[in-house]
Write a protein that binds this ligand. Structure first.
Ligand SMILES: CCCCCCCCCCCC(=O)SCCNC(=O)CCNC(=O)[C@H](O)C(C)(C)COP(=O)(O)OP(=O)(O)OC[C@H]1O[C@@H](n2cnc3c(N)ncnc32)[C@H](O)[C@@H]1OP(=O)(O)O
Length: 160
């Protein structure tokens, strides 16, 4: 299934967490699910923290990219952008806060919900809840900021 990440232009599609062009990355897909957003991911055994449980850094990474993806979806909706080809708003993480409530069991599908708690012209706050085996294991808050198309490109890129 496609997600907002499939509408990022190629030079924003290399992200380790969500870039569709990063063959080594997680390639998560973020979509609307009613008024909330959703993504799903199945950790591999090499994502282990201690046997039977998922490494927390991976969970933070999934929340990070689900947060920025949710922010892009919310900004597209607010600005009446019909997603088509490479026209998704591009957001980067300004802040990421994660709380590990319970160890996250490995071996089943993880589901992350996103709730848009604040949205302005450039900034979106997303509250995330991560479930495994229907158990709330991790919560997170992402502050994502809209960036221009040339974000991260060298200033003299056009001269080369
Ligand atoms: C890498 C390419 C990937 C591109 C690929 C995209 C795919 C997804 C990316 C995945 C997620 C990542 O890993 S992204 C990589 C990790 N993140 C980064 O490297 C970002 C580094 N930081 C920056 O470049 C900058 O600090 C920005 C763009 C985030 C913000 O700078 P700015 O553009 O000058 O904006 P600024 O005016 O300061 O802030 C805008 C609004 O956000 C608020 N704000 C800013 N920082 C914070 C903060 N830490 N905590 C709370 N709030 C904050 C401000 O108060 C303001 O709110 P108000 O006054 O308007 O209310």
């Amino acid at each position: 299934m496609k997600g907002i990440q499939d509408y990022y232009p190629d030079h924003f599609a290399q992200c380790y967490g969500c870039g569709r062009l990063n063959e080594h990355g997680h390639q998560i897909k973020t979509n609307w699910n009613g008024a909330e957003t959703i993504t799903k991911f199945v950790p591999k055994t090499y994502h282990t923290a201690i046997p039977g449980f998922v490494y927390g850094g991976l969970l933070a990474s999934l929340i990070d990219c689900h947060g920025t993806g949710s922010a892009a979806l919310a900004l597209a909706k607010a600005k009446n952008i019909v997603l088509d080809k490479s026209n998704a708003p591009r957001c980067v993480t300004a802040s990421l806060q994660v709380k590990y409530l319970k160890p996250t069991p490995i071996g089943s599908e993880i589901e992350i919900k996103g709730i848009i708690s604040e949205i302005t012209e450039r900034k979106v706050k997303v509250s995330c809840e991560l479930f495994a085996d229907d158990m709330l294991c991790v919560t997170g808050e992402v502050i994502a900021v809209l960036v221009p198309d040339n974000f991260g490109k060298p200033k003299n890129a056009n001269l080369q």
